[in-house]
Structure formats: structure tokens, C-alpha cells
Ligand binder design. Sequence first.
Ligand code: GDP
Ligand code: IMO
Ligand code: MG
Length: 416
Amino acid sequence: MNKADLIVGLQWGDEGKGKIVDHMAQNVDVVCRFAGGHNAGHTIVVDGTTYALHLIPSGVLNPNAINIIGNGVVVSPENLINKELKQFSNLQGKLFISDKAHLLFPFHALIDQAKEKMRKKAIGTTGKGIGPAYADKVLRVGHRVGELKNSEKLTSKIISYFETNKEFFDVMGVEIPKEEELLKDIRWYKENLESYITDTTQLVWKLLKEDKKVLLEGAQGTMLDIDHGTYPYVTSSNTVSSSSCSGMGLNQKDIGFVTGIAKAYCTRVGNGPFPSEDFGADGDKMADVGREFGTTTGRKRRCGWFDAVAAKYACRLNGVDQVALMKMDVLDGFEKIKVCIGYEFEGEVIDYVPYDLEDVKPVYKEFKGWDKVEGVREFDDLPSEAKEYIKALEELINTKIGIISTSPDREDTIVR
Ligand code: GDP
Ligand code: IMO
Ligand code: MG
């Protein structure tokens, strides 16, 4: 039986996972999303055409790959039907959605946004309703995608949930949908999605048994993991590689080769600690050249230097076999490039990620910059300073850098 390979973000998301999944998807049969929701945003450029994906796995751009949205995902039917599915003509037989995945409704987004306004210091969520949808799941008042099959029953369950939680909705200032409208929406979700809904656990087991090549596509990044990230400034799901097991119905023995994705520098959207953030001209230049604006919310991403402490931690947490170092070209022309190699924490320098990153100060090592790597496709053609930077990072994070990306395009990818 085949094992499923996996890709996972090593930083605060937006590392360029979409490009690598798309690149790898050319040689796989199945791509699966196992956690998160449409908070994820992957931009993929193929032959100059740009695609924006949120819930649908990035394997959708390979005409031969099957794409699975697993049980660990929270699914917004609204977003899926109105935004994402519209980019493609027909995904019958190419897309499958777990009947055990949880439904994310428009009222979840309204609660998310209302809660953000009430917080003294906002988390800076995407406002898509991810936290409230996962909270409902954990509180055991959520609803699974499979329940769409019986629209009337699902509607009446949601209406009775509204009735028992009326005060909560009042405090939040969130208007409860009317029964007829809700039923109409749910019927519309059913009509559009029913043909994709299935038991994806059985499906992925069958595909692995048939020795199909399966790729598990992580969303977000390790530092946004609800347990291992910079809590509370994190997302509401586990983003690390092990969550692919619970989120797909696999076990740890099913997982094969793990590729961790990291930018050659670092970015973060939303609030929360980011020790190697650069507030000066260098950070601005990274944002400009790297076009660091979110795919999901359009927000400007905060930029800074590669954080080798966080990346080493992420490699160990995820069992990373190789790193894909992305957006190397964005650092073209920088005279000096800094890397965070330690944190000053409670009077000493540490090389691990403590429970709170709020008050740590970065300790940097400087590297000589290079002229240009943009578009380079062979390792040997990289400038010597770029090769030295890559080798130094490998030592700092204790992991091989097997892939280097030198532009958004699928083809501009060095495989060592
Ligand atoms: P994801 O969420 O991890 O899939 O990443 P996003 O798609 O949100 O953000 C990564 C952005 O970087 C996208 O706009 C990609 O087109 C772009 N990108 C990926 N790799 C490279 C690269 O090597 N160089 C440059 N300049 N852009 C890249
Ligand atoms: P991809 O898959 C970057 C961030 C939000 C916010 C925090 C919580 O594209 O890498 P949420 O809406 O999840 O409750 O927001 O998590 N966040 C991401 N940041 N990339 C993502 O996904 C993200 N998904 C969530 O900005 O700080
Ligand atoms: Mg993204």
C-alpha cells in the first residue's frame, strides 16, 4: 500500500504552498486538504494565468488529479459555490467533499467579525468564520456536510440551535436567519454540492490501496497551529503534519515523505508576535517586490527576515524530510540579508520557541546578498552568495533544502 506524501507550511502561512502543491500535483493522482477552511488562499500561476484557491486543493489544475476535501476541513458552501467552483467548468469525478467535514455558515462569519470588534486587541482573523465554525464543532453543536442531504431536518436543527442561543446572537448583534430563507439556502447548497459529497475516508483508503499517489496539502502554517503556534494569535485548527491523520482518516503509518514550505524571508498577516519583523525599508521592499498582499483578504502582509529558530522548530514538529525554499528572487539585490538565529528571552539567548514569543528579541546573523536568482532553474546557476545562504539555512534548521523557487511560475523551480 502506498503512503501519502505531505506538504506543510513552516512559517505563518502564505509560504507558497500552492505553487509547490501544483508543481508536485503534476505527478500525483490525488490531492487532499485536511484542515482549515477558506481562510487559506493559494495563488497559482500557470503559463501566465493566475488562479486563486481557498478550499479546493491545488491539484485541481492537474487535469488528471482527484481532489479531496477531508473531514478536518470547515466548508463554506456559499464561498465554494459562488467563488471557487465558478473558476472551473466541471469538477464531477475530480472533486470529493467529506460528508464528515463541518459546515461553515454565513452566521459564523458574522460572529467572527463581531468578536473581533469586541476584543481589546483583535487577532486579525480573516473574518471568514473559521473560529466560530470550529468552536461549534468542538462544542458539539456543529453540522456535518452529509447533513445537507436532508435539507428540512438540517434547517430545523439549526433553527432550534438559534432559539436556544438567542441571547448570544443578540449580544453579538448578529441577526438570526429566517427559517424559510435558511431552508432555501440549504436546498441551494445541496443542489450544487450533493454530487461531490462522499465518505472520503473510505475513498482515500481505497486509493492508497490501489497504490495511487496521494499528496496531502496543508493550509496555513506551523506558527498558526492552535497548539504549537503563537497562541492566541493563531487559527482555530491544527495545521501541523500530524493533523492530516485526524483530518483525513489516516494514521501516522500512512504518511510518507514530508516537504516543509518556507519563504527565504518571513511574512505574517494579522496580529501577534513576529520576532524577526522588519519595520524599515527592507521590510517594505520585501512587501513590494514579493507582492505581499493576501489572496483571501487583500491585507498587506508584515515582512521580516527568515526565522531559523521557528523554522527548526517547525521542521522537527512536522517531521520534515526536505524544505522548499520559496521566493528567493524577492531578496535579489539586497546588500545584506539577516537571519534570526536565536531569541533573547528572560535574560538569556535561546534557540527554541517558548510558550510566549511576545517579548523575545531576535538575535541576527548577517549574510552577503546576491545580484539575481530570478528565473534560475539549476542549482549550479545560482550566484555563490545564494548557494552559501541556502547551505547556512540548512545547517541552522537541520534539514535539507531540496527545492528552491525563483519566481511565481510553475517552471521556475530548482529541484536538487
Ligand atoms: P500559500 O498560501 O502558501 O499557497 O501562498 P500564497 O499563494 O498565499 O502566497 C504566495 C505568493 O507568492 C503567491 O502570490 C505566489 O504566486 C507567489 N510565489 C510563490 N513562489 C514564488 C517565488 O518563488 N517567487 C515569487 N516572486 N513569488 C512566488
Ligand atoms: P494559507 O493557507 C496566512 C491567519 C489570519 C489570522 C489568524 C486567524 O493561505 O497559508 P482565522 O481567520 O484563521 O481565524 O485567522 O490566522 N491566517 C492565515 N495567514 N495564510 C493563511 O492561510 C491563513 N489562514 C489564517 O490572518 O492572523
Ligand atoms: Mg495563502
